[in-house]
Design a protein around this ligand. Structure first.
Ligand code: IPE
Ligand code: IPE
Ligand code: MG
Length: 244
């Protein structure tokens, strides 16, 4: 087996990693299993990813768990996904809290079941003082909708005379996003070979390094994360500047 180091020869790990966890359905299909089996294994891969990020020293991890477009899926699959979310929020929170993880959910609460909203609020409250790793789970999340809602809320403040049009700057805008207070992702990973953002962190990913891997999400391991971070370290982040 290939030996991979997680020291990165003294290079700092990315501060914020965002992941589009894709390929659960294909993982199950390849084994002749129902899609829900892929989602269950996907939830296990979430545990691995959280632990790996913590041990590598990543400070923010954002996971795309359910998009605002995923409601289009058959009701049984949506129920399975919501059931797994319920399970994760109720069973994992103690362990997450013990290991210093601060959990927050981004996305629209409206549309989620009341008990799930309650579980999210409890988990956020219980873990809010933790500082080892901030784990953002994107549930019922859509980047375009997030931007639209930020515009609406800024427009309301202008209409109420609380803000001037010229006072709308980058900071004002980002403070109205679900990710307020969290630095933009440095590295955005999508598993399963698809090469699109599917409405994920559209504003925040302006300068993220994008890495697409063929591995299906349930198979995404710590070794692979380390390889992706090696790839990230080989990139020249120019932010519009000339190449050096
Ligand atoms: C990702 O796996 C999980 C969610 C989108 C909720 P998919 O369910 O999209 O798996 P594929 O893309 O069908 O393989
Ligand atoms: C994106 O995956 C959403 C999540 C991973 C939660 P999808 O599988 O829903 O994306 P598309 O439909 O292939 O773009
Ligand atoms: Mg998919």
């Amino acid at each position: 087996m290939e030996v991979v180091s997680d020291t990165f020869e003294d290079l700092p790990p990315p501060v914020h990693v965002a992941i589009i966890m894709d390929g659960n359905g294909r993982w199950a299909k390849a084994r002749g299993l129902p899609r829900v089996a892929g989602h269950k294994r996907g939830a296990e891969a979430v545990r691995t990813a959280v632990e790996s990020c913590k041990s590598i020293g990543i400070k923010y991890l954002t996971l795309y768990a359910f998009s605002s477009e995923n409601w289009k899926r058959p009701a049984t699959e949506v129920d399975d996904l919501m059931g797994l979310l319920r399970h994760y929020l109720s069973r994992e929170i103690k362990q997450l809290d013990k290991s210093g993880v601060c959990l927050r959910c981004i996305g629209e609460r409206e549309g989620l079941a009341k008990d799930i909203i309650r579980l999210i609020e409890d988990a956020e409250e219980k873990t809010r003082h933790n500082t080892e790793l901030t784990l953002q789970i994107a549930v019922n999340y859509g980047g375009q909708n997030e931007i639209l809602n930020a515009c609406r809320s800024i427009a309301r403040e202008v209409a109420d005379g609380k803000l001037s049009v010229d006072g709308i700057d980058d900071d004002t805008f980002t403070s109205h996003l679900h990710t307020a207070g969290v630095p933009d992702p440095d590295l955005l990973i999508r598993t399963s070979g698809e090469k699109r953002l599917s409405n994920f962190l559209l504003w925040q990913s302006a300068y993220a390094e994008l890495v697409f891997v063929d591995t299906l999400w349930p198979d995404f391991s710590k070794d692979e994360l380390i390889r992706v971070i090696d790839e990230f370290h080989s990139r020249d982040r120019r932010y519009g500047n000339s190449s050096g």
